[in-house]
Ligand binder design. Structure first.
Ligand code: URA
Length: 235
């Protein structure tokens, strides 16, 4: 098995992130640091360590969905000492988040120890939709929606086009559904910045066919067989 596959299957991180660990010289095989991405390991015999800690392959995979609250970082340890999503999880196995939400964004986040699964869900070539509900200051008019649909230009770069729909306006705030299938950093916030409306609350309600549903803030629950199969069925 390739070393990056071994690392991600052990629950360390997605396969691309594991390649960074290898290039940073943090991975050893049988006591020797390896830097070559193509390294092959024998998963039954070789001793693979990251930062000196031994990793093993899990006997079962875990797939969870979480309602991430605002004010939690999507990282295993935050350099600024902020609370992280892992403070909210009790799990015997080491999990990692599939993609990220900003510190101030809430809503649906997937977690797993299956590196192949994480790779599949986050890979741009599969175009899994992500749906957000953005509560923004002021009234969003039809013209604003048209600009967002075309793809706004930020720092000279056109954002991918988005499907947007006004859900409500209460005289002060508008609530807008936004569906995108590519994830640039802070994409939804940048889209609304570009049309001069600040986001007050951003919530992800769906990834592919998996919905947040009635899951309470800060809680996790296992994904259903159907939800897992939805992603695995698309190759
Ligand atoms: N877009 C954003 O701006 N923030 C998120 O957390 C997710 C998508």
């Amino acid at each position: 098995m390739r070393l990056n596959k071994f690392l991600s299957n052990s629950g360390l991180a997605s396969r691309r992130k594991c390649e960074e660990f290898i290039l940073q010289g943090r991975v050893s095989v049988n006591g020797k640091i390896v830097n070559a991405l193509g390294t092959i390991v024998d998963e039954k015999k070789d001793e693979v360590c990251v930062d000196g800690k031994r990793l093993t392959l899990p006997s079962t995979f875990v797939y969870l969905k979480m309602n991430k609250p605002k004010g939690y970082a999507c990282t295993a340890s935050d350099e600024r000492g902020r609370k992280t999503i892992f403070d909210l999880i009790e799990s015997d196995v080491r999990l990692f988040n599939v993609g990220r939400l900003d510190y101030d964004t809430e809503g649906l986040l997937l977690l797993t120890n299956d590196g192949d699964f994480a790779n599949l869900v986050t890979h741009p070539k599969f175009h899994f939709e992500k749906e957000y509900h953005a509560t923004v200051e002021g009234e969003i008019k039809e013209g604003d929606l048209a600009v967002l649909r075309k793809g706004v230009v930020i720092d000279g770069k056109r954002m991918p086009d988005a499907r947007v729909k006004l859900l409500s306006y209460d005289g002060k705030f508008s609530k807008v559904a936004v569906i995108i299938d590519e994830g640039q950093n802070h994409q939804v916030r940048k889209m609304f910045d570009a049309i001069g409306h600040q986001i007050k609350l951003l919530k992800r309600v769906r990834v592919g066919e998996v919905r947040l549903g009635g899951l309470s803030r800060g809680k996790t629950k296992p994904m259903t067989e159907e939800e897992i199969a939805f992603f695995k069925g698309i190759k």
